[in-house]
Design a protein around this ligand. Structure first.
Ligand code: TLP
Length: 343
């Protein structure tokens, strides 16, 4: 029985080409700046995003933390969506480690922040108030069904923030999913972000690592923060080698993941007791709700017995994520099992 693991695209395993590249990687001490493979990956990432420089870090969480520490001082405020990964799923690191004050505004289902809400949340000059330093966006927006944010939206946020001396960070953990879904270069998002992070270890299937991209000065400062949080790795080229293969070979195929997610959403919507709007599914993340007797943990347990893993995200809410290794036939198998359990 094939295990069909739809819990996340983080479960992807490295491709044979990645394993070969890792075994043969040329290495050095990256804290000395002497790992040629890390240096190559960072140069590639900067070039892909149209930024001066990039920094290889251990995870998406570390990329966001280092970005926030670099943009904000203690007591500064960041405007962030109430469903943002940085706010919900990063252990409160910005507050715990950076003394950074999150100011949430609601994320509507399209994953944006309403421009009026951002303007309304920006602090004036008052001795009582923290200083607004940063707006943090997320593209694609994980908790909003992987919604891709358009370059035009990024530009609108960037323009209004910059007009007020505020910077913009984009958590682009799945920025290549957004680029593929909208048919644009990832540079279109990076252009309107002072910093942008993206992950190698989600849909791109590398085992470990994220890149933080920005100006030369920003990345130099971020490098110190990475060291401070214990992220200065030594022969990290063994990991970066897989990341290079990921950037070279794994981006275009994300379109298959999007098509599989669409099919999954349409199939789920046809099953009585499942509620979702398939029109919202534009990338590889499908949230759905259960309206019948079975709870999400119960359905997850039932499916797991047949080798299909879908995340229970609450009493009624579930999440399925498509990725490398999940084929169309696996989607049909999962749909058949959900139907059998619910109908
Ligand atoms: N997301 C994970 C879980 O943490 C929820 C997942 O399974 O989707 N930004 C975004 C938008 C993310 O979705 C994630 C991971 C991260 C940052 C953090 O990346 P890692 O896991 O590498 O720290």
């Amino acid at each position: 029985m094939k295990r069909i693991d739809l819990r996340s695209d983080t479960v992807t395993l490295p491709t044979p080409a990645m394993r070969a590249a890792m075994a043969n990687a040329e290495l050095g001490d990256d804290v000395f700046g002497e790992d040629p493979t890390v240096n190559r990956l960072e140069a590639m990432a900067a070039e892909r995003m149209g930024k001066d420089a990039a920094l290889f870090v251990a995870s998406g969480t570390m990329a966001n933390l280092v970005a926030l520490l670099t943009h904000c001082g203690r007591g500064d405020e960041v405007i962030v969506g109430d469903k943002a990964h940085t706010f919900v799923n990063e252990v409160g690191g910005m507050a715990a480690l950076g003394g950074i004050h999150p100011r949430t505004v609601p994320n509507p289902p399209d994953g944006t922040l309403a421009l009026d809400d951002i303007v309304g949340a920006i602090r004036g000059d008052n001795v009582h108030w923290p200083r607004t330093r940063l707006v943090a966006l997320e593209n694609t927006h994980n908790a909003c069904n992987g919604a891709p944010l358009s370059p035009a939206y990024h530009q609108a946020v960037y323009d209004l923030a910059h007009a007020r001396g505020i910077r913009v960070h984009t958590d682009g953990a799945r920025i290549f999913n957004a680029a593929i879904a909208l048919g644009v270069s990832p540079r279109e998002f990076a252009r309107y972000s002072d910093s942008l992070s993206f992950c190698l270890s989600k849909g791109l299937s590398a085992p470990v690592g994220s890149l933080l991209c920005g100006s030369r000065e920003f990345i130099a400062a971020a490098r110190r923060h990475r060291k401070m949080v214990g992220g200065g790795m030594r022969q990290a080229g063994v990991l970066a080698a897989a990341g290079i293969v990921a950037l070279e070979t794994m981006i275009d195929r994300l379109a298959d993941d999007h098509a599989n997610a669409k099919r999954l959403a349409e199939g789920l919507a046809d099953i009585p007791g499942v509620a979702l709007d398939p029109a919202r599914i534009k990338t590889n993340i499908v949230f759905f709700d259960l309206t019948g007797a079975l709870t999400a943990p119960q359905l997850a347990e039932c499916l797991a017995r047949d080798g299909v893993l879908i995340g229970a995200m609450g009493e009624r809410r579930m999440r399925a994520v498509t990725h490398y290794g999940i084929e169309r036939a696996d989607i049909e198998t999962a749909l058949g099992l959900v139907k059998r359990a619910l109908v």
